[in-house]
Design a protein around this ligand. Structure first.
Ligand SMILES: Cc1cc2nc3c(=O)[nH]c(=O)nc-3n(C[C@H](O)[C@H](O)[C@H](O)COP(=O)(O)OP(=O)(O)OC[C@H]3O[C@@H](n4cnc5c(N)ncnc54)[C@H](O)[C@@H]3O)c2cc1C
Length: 389
């Protein structure tokens, strides 16, 4: 198991505090002891057991960046970056902790009313609540403005109708942030985010837990809303029509999270491959002895170093509140493309064993592919970057 990076990138400014090393070790141990042995089972089951969320909550890993007054650990994005890194290094496929912590909780922390924060955040931190965010629909993914799900005002509440697909944590989540049109005549300005607490939600149904190319332990699902009534107080924030702006403000962090995940997996892939090629014998030596192997791994290490320095820079910007949409898109698109390329080359160096699902590199190959699609397809990222030219 990998304890440190195979790269020689110095610790960035944001990573200097000693407490962060202690935190990183504790997170690594949690993933290694409580999760890693179970990953093969999770992959077969297509879902992570509910208890693991409670355990992560008890360990203080859920809501790592939620303020203490709302039951969180009072950390910040540095803690989330460390959780992401450790999760990738330990290969804890499919556990949607990063989505819950670094993507969804920030919506509630940033835009929730005081009442919403007090109602949901403590349970998000304990693991009593598992979250999901439902943007994508069968007919609208990249073109989010075109979603068809509606939330119609009805007395002191909203009635939600529509269907969502590809929703991570979809079978498990009991608090779902649903993107819906509160005013279908207004395009982006008619979109709001409304929380659905699934336990008492008549008309809410979970569809299939979808079978995927990779990320087999993640319960990526269909969701259906048929006249689901929620109180008006479940509108995120206190004004309708703010959903699209809220998404645009929070998507850069989500995209940078994907960049961080990419670098974490690249580090693991290089580590695993170096171990493998040094042990595998052929033609009177090892696979590592071939100049081709050394050159491929030298290139991978160089590119990985460039990527790590860049994502560290993005984290630095994010910590200062200066990570803009275009730079976050660079982190997402460039690193995920690189991740797929390096993992593919590392698989090649494993020969036939690299194609066997029991080998970590085979799982990484399958798990990496979606990084270029979710969180905004890489083509959309390039569009956002091009707008700044
Ligand atoms: C495993 C997984 C987990 C996911 N989790 C979630 C989740 O938790 N919540 C959620 O809401 N969604 C989730 N998604 C959905 C994901 O965000 C969408 O799949 C993604 O945004 C792309 O949308 P789409 O699939 O509708 O593709 P489309 O919008 O149909 O696009 C198809 C392809 O067309 C090209 N394309 C699209 N737009 C442009 C453009 N403007 N310029 C050039 N080319 C373009 C791209 O190549 C793109 O890949 C998840 C998806 C997967 C696979």
């Amino acid at each position: 198991m990998l304890y440190s990076s195979p790269l020689n990138v110095p610790k960035p400014v944001w990573r200097q505090e000693e407490d962060l090393d202690i935190f990183s070790d504790a997170v690594g141990q949690f993933f290694e002891k409580e999760c890693a042995p179970q990953v093969p089972e999770w992959r077969k089951a297509g879902i992570v057991p509910r208890e693991i969320w409670t355990k992560a909550g008890e360990m203080g890993l859920l809501g790592a960046s939620v303020p203490e007054e709302y039951g969180g650990a009072g950390g910040d994005f540095r803690h989330e970056a460390i959780i992401i890194e450790q999760q990738q290094w330990k290969g804890i496929d499919g556990f949607g902790i990063t989505l819950h912590n670094a993507i969804i909780a920030p919506y509630i922390t940033a835009y929730g009313t005081e009442e919403q924060k007090r109602r949901w955040l403590p349970k998000i931190c304990s693991g009593e609540i598992v979250t999901a965010i439902a943007m994508t629909e069968p007919g609208a993914g990249s073109d989010l403005q075109n979603i068809k799900t509606t939330a119609k005002k009805d007395g002191n509440g909203y009635i939600i109708n529509g269907s969502k697909t590809f929703i991570s944590n979809g079978q498990t989540a009991n608090l779902i942030l649903v993107c819906a049109k509160t005013d279908p005549t207004k395009g982006a300005k008619g979109i709001s985010i409304i929380a659905v607490e699934t336990e008492d939600a008549d008309g809410f149904e979970r569809g299939r837990n979808l079978e995927k190319v990779g990320q087999h332990a993640a319960d990526t699902s269909e969701l259906f809303f048929n006249d689901v009534k929620v109180p008006a107080s479940n509108l995120l924030g206190d004004e309708e029509g703010k959903g699209f702006v809220q998404l645009m403000q929070k998507l850069p962090q989500e995209r940078h999270v994907i960049g961080l995940q990419g670098v974490g997996m690249i580090e693991r892939a290089i580590h695993e491959t170096v171990e493998y090629v040094k042990g595998r014998k052929a033609f009177g030596g090892t696979i590592f002895d071939f100049q081709n192997t050394q050159f491929k791994l030298a290139e991978a290490k160089t590119e990985a170093t460039v990527a790590k320095v860049f994502v560290n820079h993005c984290t630095e910007l994010l910590m200062k509140g200066e990570l803009d949409a275009a730079t976050a898109s660079m982190s997402k698109y460039w690193v995920s493309d690189l991740q797929c390329k390096i993992v593919d080359e590392c698989l090649q160096l494993h020969g036939g064993f690299g194609y066997m699902d029991e080998y970590p590199i085979a799982q990484m190959y399958a798990d990496a592919r979606v990084q270029r699609i979710y969180g905004g397809a890489n083509e959309v990222m390039k569009m956002l970057i091009a707008r700044t030219l």
